[in-house]
Every structure is written in C-alpha cells, then in structure tokens.
Design a protein around this ligand. Structure first.
Ligand SMILES: Cc1ncc(COP(=O)(O)O)c(C=O)c1O
Length: 406
C-alpha cells in the first residue's frame, strides 16, 4: 500500500508526556510526570448513584444524539458558575466541549491560518502547542518578567498595524510552571488587548485549585470582547468525564457571533457533540444535591498537603544548585536542576532508578540552554509518602548526574 500523509502531519508532535507515561507504567516507577488528578479525589459513590439514575430516568435520551452546543441546562449552570459581578456570562456564550483540550483544537481550526502569529508564554502548556501546531501557525515567544508576560508584546508590530492573530495564556497556576499572574499585570494585559484588538485565548483549568489565596479574576472579566475563555471540570471533578467549555465574547463584541457559529461548525465536524450521557451525569449529580464547591474545598485540602510535602522533600533532599518556587496553586513544581544537568537526556536513567518527571524543554517553542536543566514535577497523583520517596530518588539521580558531568 502506498500511503501519503498530509503535509500538516509534519507539524503534529506526539506528546512527550504521553510517551513518558507509557514508560512509567512499569511497576516500581514513582511518576511525577503525568498531570493526573488524584484518583482518590473522584466522588465515585455520588457519580455511581447519579449514573444509575440517568440510566433509569433518561436512558434513551442519554443514548441519543444530542445538540452540538451542549445541553442548555449545563450551559446555563456553567454560565452562572463562571460569572462574576462584573462579568456576566450568558448561556448562549457557552459551548460545551469534549474536554477543554477540544476547545483548544477548535480555536486553532477557526482562528489560525498557516503562518498566523500566535503569542505563547515560554514555557507553555504542551497540549496547546500540540493542538495549534496542526494549523501551522508561527509561534512568537511572549517575553516575560517576574510578574509574567509583557503587555507590550501585544502592540502592533509594523506600520500596517499588524498584530498577532491570537495570544494564549494560562494566567492561574500555569502548566508547567505553577506561576500565577498578579492582578496588576492582568489589568495591564487586558488594557493592551482592548487597545490593540488582539484575541486572547485564556485557558483556566486550575483557577479553583489555589492553596494560599484565590487568584485574581480572569482577564476575560476585564477584556470580555477580546477574550475567549476556556474552562474544564477535569481538575475539579474528574477528567474522564471529558467536560470542558469555551466561553465566547458577548453578542455585541465585534465578530463574536461569527466566531460562535464557526466554532459550532468545527465542533460538528469534529465529534457532533460531547457525550450526552456525561453531560446528563453532571446535571444529575448536581440535581442530587452534590455540592461541587464543598468538593473543591476538599480537593484543595488534599493537594495543599501534597504540595507542602513536596516542598519539604525538595528542600530537604535536592542537591545544591537546584532552583524552584513553591506554587500557590495548580498541580506542578517547576524545578531547575544544577549546572550541566540535562533533564531530557538523563530521563531514561531516572526511570531506570524508579522516578520520572517531564523534561522542561518539551514546553518551549524555542528551547534554550537553560530549559535543558528544567523539569516539571506533579504533586497531585502520588500520596504524601510516595512523594517523599520519589523526591529522594530524584535527588539521588541529580547527584549521580552531577558526578558524571564533573
Ligand atoms: C493548561 C491546560 N489546558 C487544558 C488542559 C486540558 O484539560 P481537559 O481537556 O481535561 O479539560 C490541560 C490538561 O492538563 C491543561 O493543563
């Protein structure tokens, strides 16, 4: 058989995280690599009861095709959940997606032409790069200082008033760095978006996972006409449900209705709709009185303990020359290893020694020398005791590598 693949497949990358996850399925490996929510946090009993009720009372509807926008009661609930006093979201603005990952793909499909410039933080969420890359954009690294991405980067770059097609940000507890952008910088970015009419894709799966203080309001709240906002139930309820959402700008924003219509067409072409059973399951769970806010509080408590355990283990065991900060939320520590450490090259050895991480270079569009030393460590999947053991193994690995590079 002669098979010719589309040229665009050259731009698709397989997720380094998924490839590593395969390796770490080996017994005995303590993986700090995957961003998998703690399975102990899933409300399995409540889900089982709600699921049984969906089968009994709406089985046939749940097994039927559904509309592409998502079930109206769910869109309505999402709109109310994300709304703030100064940012009122209408259900019509909400598109239910099969995970927020699908939202990223749909946005790539409707916003990006080959060569379109997209501004991305360095490092940034690998899955967004994967989603956008199939549409062949030209990535522009979004330069940052200690407060986060520089709003100046949103200015038109030439006399023709050309600016980037879209900018992508995870402002709260970013994947991979765990960094949160403060209120002043968010306000400055919102002002620049409004002034220069750049479209922001604001991806916020971690905003509710804060451990010290809640993050500032989303940028969408200050620049609603310029921002397409993505959210997800993956980190606060269960990722296997695959319930995410895109909030498009309000009706009166220029281009909002066209964007909404095109996203819907793209969604129809992609999967017709997000599984109706899963949408009904979430609605039934809520109708049964499941208190999602209280559940999120319990997830926060669990993850805060795990974060603190990792901070303590890193402080106690990592060799000199390692740099990290304690993340105020989310799921990850971002660690820079000592001089000479090459996280990607030495990963197979680390796995051999029973510990895995994600090398930092995977999250860059222009990996620099410094990025070679970096790695992402998840603190949510393993127990407190396992986190300690994993960090001890990682510290051993870094020491061995240090001796090797001397
Ligand atoms: C920043 C970010 N965006 C989006 C996603 C995708 O989440 P989901 O498709 O499960 O909603 C993830 C998953 O890890 C993520 O870290």
């Amino acid at each position: 058989m002669s098979l010719t693949l589309a040229a665009r497949t050259q731009h698709m990358t397989s997720s380094a995280i998924r490839e590593i996850l395969k390796l770490t399925e080996r017994p005995g490996v303590l993986s700090l690599a995957g961003g998998l929510p703690s399975p102990d946090s899933f409300p399995l009993d409540a889900l089982a009861q709600a699921s049984e009720r969906v089968w009994r009372t709406q089985g046939a509807q749940a097994m039927q095709y559904a509309n592409s926008e998502g079930l109206m009661p769910l869109r309505d609930w999402i709109a109310r959940r994300v709304s703030l006093p100064h940012w009122q979201v209408e259900p019509e603005q909400v598109l239910v997606t099969t995970g927020s990952q699908q939202g990223l793909d749909l946005l790539g499909k409707v916003l990006l032409d080959p060569g379109s410039e997209v501004l991305v933080e360095q490092p940034t969420y690998l899955g967004a790069l994967q989603a956008f890359s199939a549409y062949e954009p030209a990535y522009r690294p979004w330069l940052a200082d200690a407060q986060g991405p520089d709003p100046q980067a949103l200015q038109p770059r030439n006399a023709m008033n050309e600016s980037v097609r879209a900018a992508y940000l995870v402002p709260s507890f970013q994947n991979p760095t765990g960094h949160a952008i403060d209120a002043d910088r968010r306000a400055a970015i919102a002002a620049a978006l409004r002034a220069h009419r750049v479209t922001l894709i604001e991806d916020n799966p971690y905003g509710e996972l804060w451990y010290d203080a809640p993050p500032p309001a989303p940028i969408a709240a200050s620049a609603p006409h310029q921002t397409v906002y993505l959210g997800s139930l993956s980190k606060v309820l269960a990722p296997g449900l695959r319930i995410g959402y895109v909030v498009t700008p309000p009706d009166e924003a220029p281009g909002a209705l066209a964007l909404r219509a095109r996203l819907l067409q793209a969604k129809q072409a992609s999967d017709l709709h997000t599984p109706g059973f899963n949408q009904r399951l979430v609605l039934q769970l809520l109708a049964d009185g499941f208190d999602l806010d209280a559940h999120v509080v319990s997830v926060r408590q669990r993850y805060k303990a795990q974060r603190d355990a990792m901070a303590q283990a890193l402080t106690r065991h990592l060799p000199e020359g390692c740099i990290w900060q304690i993340p105020q939320g989310g799921m990850f520590f971002w660690v820079q290893g000592p001089d000479g450490f090459d996280a990607a090259a030495s990963l197979p050895d680390a796995v051999e020694q029973g510990v895995a991480y994600v090398p930092g270079s995977a999250f860059y569009v222009d990996a620099t020398l410094a990025s070679r030393q970096q790695m992402r460590l998840s603190f949510v999947t393993l127990s407190v005791a396992q986190i300690h053991d994993a960090v001890v193994r990682l510290a051993e690995h870094l020491r061995r590598e240090g001796r090797r590079s001397c």
